[in-house]
Design a protein around this ligand. Structure first.
Ligand code: 1GP
Length: 246
């Protein structure tokens, strides 16, 4: 895939007010024999990864999807080793809501030359973890404090600082399996503050959650856990998106 293809998709969608649906696959839980391929027709991109991958399946999982998919396959990394030349792009996450130097820059230094050897698109992403009602793997593993869910201005100031530093994308996340998704108010406040496209994920379980977050200003939403438990939810969300012409 050429440079900036995925970022261009996001920027164009933002410009036109179109909404994107991303599915997150956790390589630890992925079983190609049980996977429902009809899901892939309903989404705009596939994210593969997570903050803790224990079985080393990231590359084989990405290869599998690339041979079956026309839409972009994007790495959602949790560690410097989460690099695969078989993906189309990687979200180069800098965890700007936290003050863990490794996740702000240290891991990027470790991965820099390995990334340079690949041809994949790098998307510098300001990653913000927001309190979603319970500790999640990402909040535990990152050893950072999530932004309180009732403090939208902290999220907005953080996202703005990321934009001013030259990051290209903002990802607001309550973490996989969170009880709550990012609040409508927080998404609206961040969207009004930055010009960058906004990805929002964590705890999105219903089509109502999805529509609320899209309408609040997210360019793309990410659904992971809910689709693992009930793959039908992806079609429901997509149908609602089509119905509302989003
Ligand atoms: C997590 O945003 C993603 O980083 C998706 O979260 O698994 O809760 O949908 P869920």
């Amino acid at each position: 895939m050429q440079d900036n293809v995925v970022l261009t998709i996001l920027n164009e969608a933002k410009k036109k007010g179109k909404k994107l649906l991303f599915l997150l696959i956790d390589p630890d839980d992925f079983d190609e024999k049980r996977f429902d391929f009809s899901l892939l027709e309903q989404i705009d991109a596939l994210l593969v990864g997570g903050s803790l991958i224990s079985n080393g399946n990231l590359n084989s999982c990405i290869k599998f999807f690339k041979s079956n998919l026309a839409i972009p396959v994007v790495i959602f990394p949790g560690a410097p080793s989460h690099v695969s030349e078989n993906a189309d792009a990687v979200l180069l996450l800098s965890l700007i809501s936290g003050r863990n130097a490794d996740l702000l820059i240290g891991n990027h230094v470790s991965a820099a030359f390995a990334l340079k050897k690949t041809n994949i698109e790098l998307i510098p992403t300001g990653y913000l973890i927001v309190d979603g009602g319970k500790p999640t793997t990402v909040s535990y593993i990152s050893n950072t404090q999530p932004i309180p869910d009732d403090k939208p201005m902290i999220a907005a100031a953080t996202a703005l600082a990321g934009e001013q530093l030259g990051l290209k994308l903002i990802y607001l996340d309550t973490g996989s399996g969170a009880l709550n998704c990012v609040s409508e108010n927080m998404v609206k406040t961040v969207e009004k503050t930055v010009v960058l496209p906004l990805i929002v994920g964590g705890g999105i379980r219903t089509k109502e959650d999805a529509i609320t977050i899209w309408k609040a200003g997210a360019t793309a939403i990410v659904v992971g856990n809910a689709a693992e438990k009930n793959p039908q939810i992806i079609e429901e969300i997509n149908q609602e998106k089509i119905k509302l012409n989003l």
